[in-house]
Ligand binder design. Structure first.
Ligand code: MN
Length: 456
């Protein structure tokens, strides 16, 4: 911790006691403008070199995508959850884009003084000034300036030369630094930018005072090997002058894999969103990248400040605020992420959880694993559900119940409520001994049975 504070002192200056106090209180361990080398034995005991900053852009990149609009009240609800989750930076909006965006950033800054709040801006003075104004109540403001750097964007969108873009970037950074200490610079379409120019503009922005250089794979085109190599090159070019950041889109389903490759190459900030929402196919999914780092710490020796037990409720809250939730088979937070239907899987899971489950659902805030009774289910799972409902079945009774269940499942396409399973039990030819009545609200999905009910 001593090293953390020493580093913080170096970044914010001894005179900014309030900011430092906030950092101490929140134990953010914020590395600020220092890139922490990954392979230096000298840093082994600092606990900083492998600390990954989680930059959440659910309220900016996520919010600007179709079906994801949030008003100020909704943004505040989501921001509260993000703070509870322990993300390091909350990007709250793009203030010049709309009055709502401006008010969203302002409200989040005002309501959550302990949070580091970022506002997005293009590299022009109107955007930067608007962002600064929206952040005026923030105790830890960050202005995030962005300009496209790829040849295709320069030629067809900006119609500017590389030197013009470089000049505008530096001017925007210098302007932003007049308002705040913490400026992030993004190279839009960075993954399709000539690496030489990327290095040049990253160095120029850092010299102008940015603490974080973000290299987005804006169009979700890159691959882990390619993106990792590019990030590694920028990390090397910047040394310890700035934190390098990954911002990946999921157009080819590689956003999380690309982000991990970036971390392995030395990036120490990941930009991500709850449920992976964002432009087109979305951004890197926060819950996935965080849980990979937790569950596979043997492969990725990094840590985040995220309290993972809030991941599920964050996902649920977001789903309630926008027009869609995660797909049922979405990793970590999907309805089926901890559901087991195949008979062999259910049998193994019931004997020993780790046979088919790599993480305890409680670590992400899901109350319990769901055993889905369907055509692939076996007797073992049916017996357990009956027990949950308060019935102790003999083997004979279980066989009879199983036949009735299979027949009923064949007539149904939608799931059974527990009450309906209870009815099936009660229909038994032999009066069953009801030992207790535990009413649960689990919904049981039952699919038409197949010949291979018992087993896979
Ligand atoms: Mn984006």
């Amino acid at each position: 911790m001593g090293v953390v504070l020493a580093l913080s002192d170096a970044i914010v200056g001894q005179d900014d006691a309030a900011l430092l106090l906030t950092q101490r209180t929140n134990q953010m361990n914020f590395p600020g403008n220092r890139y922490i080398p990954t392979c230096s034995a000298a840093n082994e005991d600092t606990n900083l070199k492998n600390r990954i900053l989680i930059f959440d852009t659910t309220l900016r990149d996520g919010e600007q995508s179709p079906g994801c609009s949030m008003d100020v009240r909704e943004k505040l609800l989501m921001a509260r959850k993000l703070v509870e989750l322990g993300v390091d930076i909350v990007e709250a909006g793009f203030p010049i884009a709309s009055e709502d965006d401006f008010q969203g950033v302002e409200a989040v800054s005002r309501e959550f003084p302990g949070a580091r709040v970022a506002a997005f801006a293009r590299c022009c003075s109107a955007d930067v000034e608007r962002a600064a104004k929206a952040l005026r109540y923030a105790r830890q403001p960050r202005i995030h300036v962005c300009i496209a750097t790829s040849e295709i964007h320069l030629k067809h969108k900006l119609r500017r030369s590389q030197s013009q873009v470089l000049q505008e970037a530096v001017q925007a950074v210098e302007l932003a630094r007049r308002y705040v200490d913490d400026v992030e610079f993004s190279t839009e379409d960075g993954s399709r930018t000539a690496p030489e120019f990327l290095e040049q503009i990253a160095r120029a922005a850092t010299a102008a005072g940015v603490r974080t250089v973000n290299i987005p794979d804006t169009v979700g085109y890159s691959t882990p090997k390619e993106y990792g190599a590019l990030i590694g090159r920028v990390v090397q070019a910047l040394g310890d002058t700035a934190v390098v950041s990954a911002h990946c889109h999921n157009d080819l389903g590689l956003a999380v894999a690309n982000s991990l490759a970036a971390l392995e190459a030395g990036a120490r900030q990941v930009e991500c969103t709850v449920n992976g929402i964002g432009e087109r196919a979305g951004n890197c999914s926060l819950e996935e990248v965080v849980m990979i780092l937790k569950v596979r710490a043997d492969q990725y020796p990094f840590r985040t400040g995220v309290h993972t037990e809030h991941l599920y409720s964050a996902s649920e809250l977001l789903a309630s605020l926008i027009t869609f939730g995660p797909q049922p088979n979405k990793a970590i937070v999907g309805r089926n992420a901890f559901a087991h239907e195949a008979g062999i899987h259910q049998d193994g899971y019931l004997k020993y959880r780790a046979t088919y489950e790599i993480m305890d659902p409680k670590t992400v805030g899901v109350p319990a694993s769901r055993l889905v009774l369907g055509k692939h289910s076996g007797r073992h799972a049916l017996r357990q559900r009956a027990q949950t409902l308060g019935y102790e079945l003999t083997d004979e009774e279980l066989d009879a119940l199983y036949l009735r269940f299979s027949a009923a499942a064949g007539r149904r396409k939608k799931g059974f409520m527990d009450e309906e399973i209870q009815d099936l039990i009660e229909q038994g030819r032999h009066p069953l001994r009801r030992v207790k009545n535990q009413s649960t609200r689990t919904e049981v999905a039952a699919l038409p049975p197949s010949a291979s009910c018992e087993g896979i």
